[in-house]
Design a protein around this ligand. Structure first.
Ligand SMILES: Cc1cc2nc3c(=O)[nH]c(=O)nc-3n(C[C@H](O)[C@H](O)[C@H](O)COP(=O)(O)OP(=O)(O)OC[C@H]3O[C@@H](n4cnc5c(N)ncnc54)[C@H](O)[C@@H]3O)c2cc1C
Length: 490
């Protein structure tokens, strides 16, 4: 079989991979391939179909800047609308003929001699690629809790990101493990239909009111015919969100008004003083992801819902046993315990210049890269949503677009300068990370008194960006070739 060569191989078809395809095409690249292990575009929004799934950054901002959507019906769009939007953008930008679905990257190995990536795909083919652009997602691989006996449970069990729509929950006894962003969207929906719901909480999150509303007909007409109106909405939301950054990164006291709003949300939603106390967080606001909901607390306060805060000891064939010895019987177990964030699964599949995988490279010191996009030892690898690019307050699509500008400029520079490969120099990457982690010291994620999924096994925050998003965009506005070791094409 002959091996296909492409200039760029893109992995994943979520906001990142699709955005990469669109931006590559726009910049005149004609020889790229996108591989996606799922059957459609959308990534997060294809996979998270649980009841109540919706974005928690307003859609006007949580969408591509180059593809505004006049059809959003609400400020925080539900999953089907977001998925339909991504699909429509993919179709209208005419890139889908370059996508190979149901095809996973199994291994990408850098060939230093040939100066390209040799990529084995799950369809049995091998592709070589000058550059590898990974858009494999920071929150794409569900993380199951390591609880004694979980595999002995006889009822239905599924993760929030792999919802089993065949299971009818009406009149059932259901448990949800977790009180993170997905769980607080799921719980109010389940409360309406199940017989009884147990919600297992390890740490109480801060939950702000959700200022959600439907757009009026007039607004939607304006979005369609006066694009400037939609731009004004987007800009206002952007700066409103950016207002959180000083409280997160410089002085947690600045988040005092947000904390008061969250505490008032508890008082408004819950009447039982004991329950109020159990849902009141014991750490600084912002330390863990701030959630938004108007319905979560009232759902917890309902007669058919119990909040369980005793630690889970084990799972049996028919229920959950907590440390106090109580067993609660259930028919269905929903696991809403998040994703592999600090050890990105794709890292096991990428083998760099020295024959080590990205995961092995990161095992000792944790995830690290240069500008969240490139990694020393991995020439011509560009990671969208790489180390320290995550946000606690604003739209990841903003970050993705900033990275795409940088990557496309890198590819343009390589072409112009006749470069076969670029790889961030070790000392430049070290300096970048020293600066990041120096800044991280004073953030609420470090000082706020919580342990969160932002932190890795070494206690280092390798997931979040500790500055403003406009600083990130500024730093990635153009490719800084002199930070890179360069090999000239033969
Ligand atoms: C429930 C939920 C709600 C969220 N809400 C928001 C929000 O409101 N605002 C916000 O900013 N962010 C939100 N996020 C974060 C969200 O993940 C990002 O905003 C964004 O969707 C990430 O896009 P992505 O393309 O980087 O990754 P993904 O959307 O995860 O896409 C990655 C794709 O890569 C594919 N893939 C992975 N490995 C391989 C492989 N080896 N071979 C081939 N294909 C592969 C996956 O199948 C997937 O389709 C949310 C996340 C979740 C889970």
């Amino acid at each position: 079989m002959t091996t296909q060569h492409v200039q760029q191989l893109v992995v994943g078809a979520g906001f990142a991979g699709l955005g990469a395809a669109i931006k590559l095409q726009e910049s005149g690249e004609t020889d790229f391939l996108v591989v996606e292990k799922g059957g459609d575009v959308g990534g997060t929004w294809r996979d998270n179909t649980y009841p109540g799934a919706a974005c928690d950054v307003p859609s006007q901002l949580y969408s591509y800047s180059f593809a505004p959507n006049p059809d959003w019906t609400m400020s925080f769009s539900p999953q089907p609308e977001i998925q339909a939007y991504i699909r429509r953008v993919a179709e209208e930008s005419r890139v889908l003929d370059r996508f190979r679905f149901h095809t996973a990257l199994e291994e990408a190995r850098w060939d230093d001699q040939a100066q390209h990536w040799v990529v084995t795909l799950s369809d049995g083919t091998t592709v070589t690629a000058t550059s590898l652009i990974s858009g494999a997602g920071g929150l794409s691989e569900p993380k199951l809790p390591d609880i004694d006996g979980i595999d002995t449970f006889q009822g239905e069990i599924f993760h929030s990101a792999r919802w089993n729509h065949d299971v009818d929950l009406a009149g059932k006894r259901v448990a949800v493990i977790g009180t993170g962003a997905s769980a607080i969207q799921i719980v109010p929906e389940l409360q309406k239909v199940v017989d009884h719901l147990d919600v297992y909480q390890r740490t109480a999150p801060y939950v702000l009111p959700r200022h959600d509303r439907s757009y009026t007909r007039l607004e939607r007409l304006a979005f369609r015919h006066l694009p400037l109106v939609q731009q004004v909405y987007r800009t206002a939301i952007y700066w409103g969100r950016e207002g959180y950054v000083p409280g997160f990164t410089l002085q947690p006291k600045l988040a005092w008004p947000a904390k008061q709003m969250a505490l008032a949300n508890i008082r408004r939603g819950i009447s039982d003083p004991q329950l109020r106390e159990r849902v009141t967080p014991t750490f600084e606001i912002g330390c863990k992801r701030i959630l938004i909901s108007n319905t979560y607390y009232p759902a917890l306060d309902s007669a058919n819902v119990d909040l369980v805060t005793d630690p889970i000891a084990k799972i049996t064939g028919s229920g959950i046993v907590t440390a106090d010895g109580v067993e609660r019987e259930i028919d269905v177990l929903v696991v809403a315990t998040g994703f592999h964030t600090t050890e990105q699964p794709i890292a096991d599949h990428i083998v760099g210049r020295e024959g080590r995988t990205l995961a092995e490279t990161w095992r000792e010191g944790g995830m690290a890269g240069y500008k969240g996009t490139a990694v020393h030892g991995f020439p011509n690898l560009f990671q969208i949503v790489g180390p320290n690019t995550g946000l606690g307050h604003s739209s990841m699509v903003f970050i993705i677009e900033a990275q795409l500008t940088y990557v496309v400029d890198a590819i343009r520079t390589m072409r112009r300068e006749g470069l076969a490969s670029v790889e961030p120099r070790a000392e430049v990457q070290a300096q970048w990370n020293d600066d990041l982690h120096r800044r991280m010291q004073r953030t609420v994620w470090t000082t706020g008194g919580c342990s969160s999924w932002y932190l890795d096994a070494h206690g280092r925050n390798t997931t979040l960006w500790p500055r403003s998003t406009f600083a990130f965009r500024g730093l990635l506005a153009s490719f800084d070739a002199d930070a890179y070791h360069q090999e000239v094409s033969a």
